[in-house]
Design a protein around this ligand. Sequence first.
Ligand code: SF4
Length: 279
Amino acid sequence: MSGERDEAGARALLRELVSDVRQWSEWNQVLGADALPMAPPTAPAEPARAPETPPRTMDSGPRPAAPPAPSTGESAPRSRPTFEPTRRPGPPPARQGNGILGPIRAELGDCTRCGLHEGRKNLVFGVGSETAELVIVGEAPGQQEDLTGEPFVGRSGQLLTRMLGAIGLRRDQVYICNVIKCRPPNNRDPSPQEVATCSPFLVQQVEAIGPRAVMTVGKFASQRILGLEDTMGRMRGQTHQWEGVPVVPTYHPAYLLRNPSAKRQAWEDLLRVRGLLRR
Ligand code: SF4
């Protein structure tokens, strides 16, 4: 009996090892094989050093009534999962908040709370599963996002999708949004006042979704969420806490496109996220 148990345990371990190697291989294909490390990094233990920053709360802003957002459809993404996190039953992927996020989207309305509304083509609310176990938070919409109304499109968005795929997650299994929902002119950094005005809606979105983890991408989003002024190199590599949710900062896909040598650290961050989703 004990021998059978040992054998089953060894088989499970082997399956996990094969899965890890396959995902590492897929990750190396994400940014090309030109900067391959000699060996896969080991997954950091969770929670290794958490929490390393105290939870931070953003005050909610005013909530004037506004017309509800139009509902839009979303095409089914390709399927290539190699790791399935524990899933909660829920509605199909929602775009622009037409499910449990609907009231928040309605409250936001055709927002004019800060000056960024003047130059926007589309307000970029967020996209993905409203029961996601992982919420990804970027800085603010860029030109493509402003045109399409969807966060993380274009080359950076494609890379983000492939990064997720490397840990077995499809884009429609996570929720993707930004700290700021309207494009700043010439992609400048949003001002502290704009962040203070817009971020309460992000807090509400995260609270409504209730994910197991948040992954912040890029220095600006990580700094604003964590309330830190550190460099990306100092913020990443550890699990923080925000609004009671573990937060893993990592590099922005646009940075990884310019600096593929950082992909090893990005892979470590993804493994950290995967570890949080598996708990
Ligand atoms: S950035 Fe946020 S607060 Fe400012 S107008 Fe857009 S939705 Fe409103």
